[in-house]
Ligand binder design. Sequence first.
Ligand code: CO
Length: 434
Amino acid sequence: MCREAMTDFMDFLKESPSVFHAVQALASRLEEAGFVRLYETMPSWDLVPGRQYFVTRNDSSVISFRLPEKKPEILRILAGHSDSPCFKIKPDPEIGAAGCVKLNIEPYGGMLKNTWYDRPLSVAGRVLIEENGRIVQKLVYPDRDLLIIPSLAIHMDREANEKAMTNVQTDMQPLFALGEKGDRFMETIAEEAGIGAAETADAPGKPSDRILGMDLFLVNRQEPYIWGPEGEFISAAKLDDLMCVYGTFSGFMASQASENVLSMHCVFDNEEVGSRSKQGAESTFLSDCLVRIRESLGMTFSEMHAAAQRGMMISADNAHAVHPNHTDKADPVNRPQMNGGIVLKYHAGQLYTTDGVSAAFVKKLCMDNDIPVQTFVNRSDMRGGSTLGSIANTQLSMNTADIGLAQLAMHSSFETAGAKDLEYLMRFAQKFCS
Ligand code: CO
């Protein structure tokens, strides 16, 4: 594939240690490409046909869209998620134990916990501080090795290879420092965020005292890399779902404004914890956005409703490749492979939205553009996963297909996928929006 795109994807991954950083990375690409930033706090949006815009919610979800020259008659929506399973730092995080300082954490989403042991970690996210009487948000990411979750030695746990030690409260608190419990961790965060001491002389406080709120998450520090004899693999943290986010986003950005198609790209937070938040796929973010677009363009409810019903949504979230060590875990017939192209995901119980109609749409688009397509269905005796497509449909009901790219080790802190598949998704997304 185009080396430039792969390099930019790797840069995007490195710029995205948290959901807030990922949305910031997308926002800066949007602004660079001339998209106008809107705010939900604006009383009105004055939109101009043919122009392009974006809006964020909670700084962890972002919707970008390109208006057609005429009134929108067809909606084309691409959606993915910004979050990945990880651990969240609890308030007042330091705990003293055995002459060491460790941090109190809780799980975010369903991860393979043992993949977080014995590797360099840092934290990333946001802190909120008071500045001149206002509450201000600052993103923070100490770009250095800061923490580790040490294993228990094999000599003290002879069954370690038979059963994993994964109690987050007792086994997995990351080690931060030697010495007494205090506030060194929060001081480190304050320093990294560039927070100085409070100005008022009568209330001398430490910089960390100014942190009023925070959303900080553990980060696997290992950098993404391409490998294999032909460079066929990519391994990185958060491939689920930043690979689909990047692939659909790049395709969307490369597409042109059309006469009558309103194309949108949505990145939702909180998919890994069920999408139920003000900025998740079950929120009103997308439908609110559509209301404001139609108000600004002078469209009736019925006109926008008709555009949605003539349209299509693509929910893009990575899929399971058949694992070479566990070939029996896959369906006997529908067996996605890395670099095998777009994966159409089916689930009779509707955890995936794909049905005959939306499958036909995706397959035709792929066939017309020489994009390989493959299918995923769970083994019938396995529950499998779910994603945001069917959840988004409860807020905006329209024809939708669930797709993804085949990967291994889903929800590990370091995942593996096919490097070529990214290009297929970029092309698919570009054609979809055109
Ligand atoms: Co996912």
